[in-house]
Design a protein. Structure first.
Length: 332
């Protein structure tokens, strides 16, 4: 039976999520809510939503709604996700989980108590490209993990919501979550939590961190460097170094598109190998299918490589520590 989706939020990211929903034969658009009535009406007209609501309680009390997608700015995720879960709806809430650890704790406690399905919208993790990445990490070719390096930059600072607390919670969550997946996969389920971290950053006029870098050392000796900025550029990179060679992404790991995606295996001795993944759909479509599968199975959280509840919490904990270290270094 197809799932009926309610969309909360009329920002750019909601268009991407809706596109993934309409491409799936297991899902239907049911209702749209927006704080701006004109934008909400525009969404209804563009996508053919049967219902338009200007009252969240009315939307969530509709027994025909199965899943709620939350595309609001990230500082509003907590309250909306809790309200949807308490109404008995499955919830897909955009990244970042929240903007503070207090909100993250409150959100995850509430959804755990309701026993409804909840997943953070790190959509790229649901794509087959990332499943193949995990397979390569596990096949032994890298040997022991020694270091990880990643960056994500996009010149979007002038259009992002200043209440979102800067680049770390908008872009930095991508390399952070991929670092977490890498360390967990190669070093064990608890390895990501035991670390030292030093961050540096620059503040914009609103007092948010616009450029950030960090170095981390995990308890097992693995090193990592990450960078994130929303003040310049448009680029990405992520590489994993083992004792036998380097695995790096040729395609953007955080935005798999329809068609061919690629990684490159570069052994220290031997020939370079391109690893291709061909898939006709983007990550937002696969995210929709992920929700459909888990709701059908009665699950309360996703399976790896998509984020479980504890994974979302660990990423928020890393981002919070990174932000605090940047602010100490910048203001000290």
């Amino acid at each position: 039976m197809a799932l009926n989706w309610a969309i909360i939020g009329t920002g750019f990211i909601s268009h991407q999520a809706i596109d993934g929903i309409v491409k799936s034969d297991g899902s239907h658009l049911h209702s749209i809510y927006g704080r701006n009535p004109d934008l909400a009406k525009q969404f209804q007209s563009q996508y053919g939503f049967p219902k338009l609501s200007f009252d969240v309680n009315e939307l969530l009390s509709d027994p025909d709604v199965d899943v709620v997608y939350i595309g609001l700015p990230n500082h509003l995720h907590k309250d909306a996700a809790i309200q949807a879960a308490q109404a008995g709806k499955a919830v897909l809430s955009e990244k970042s989980l929240t903007t503070t650890m207090g909100d993250a704790d409150a959100l995850l406690v509430a959804v755990a108590q309701t026993r409804t399905f909840f997943v953070e919208g790190l959509m790229y993790l649901s794509h087959p490209f990332l499943s193949r990445f995990v397979e390569v990490l596990q096949d032994g070719r890298l040997g022991d993990l020694r270091s990880v390096n990643g960056y994500y930059c996009a010149n979007i600072g002038e259009v992002v919501n200043p209440k979102g607390r800067g680049t770390l919670y908008n872009l930095g969550c991508y390399p952070t979550s991929l670092l977490q997946l890498t360390v967990q996969t190669m070093c064990g389920p608890d390895a990501f939590k035991s670390r030292q971290l030093q961050g540096f950053g620059n503040l914009n006029e609103e007092g948010n961190i616009c450029d950030a870098a960090c170095s981390a050392r995990f308890e097992n000796g693995v090193l990592a460097t990450l960078q994130s900025t929303d003040s310049y550029g448009m680029g990405n990179g992520f590489s994993v170094m083992g004792v036998n060679g380097v695995l790096s992404f040729v395609s953007n790991p955080w935005l798999p598109v329809p068609g061919r995606s690629a990684m490159m295996w570069s052994p220290y001795e031997g020939e370079v190998e391109l690893i291709h993944v061909d898939d006709p759909f983007d990550a937002f479509f696969h995210q929709t299918k992920l929700v459909e599968r888990h709701v059908a199975q009665g699950d309360h959280e996703a399976w790896r490589p998509s984020p479980r509840h504890r994974d979302s919490w660990e990423v928020m904990d890393f981002l919070t520590q990174w932000e605090a270290s940047c602010r100490t270094a910048s203001l000290g």
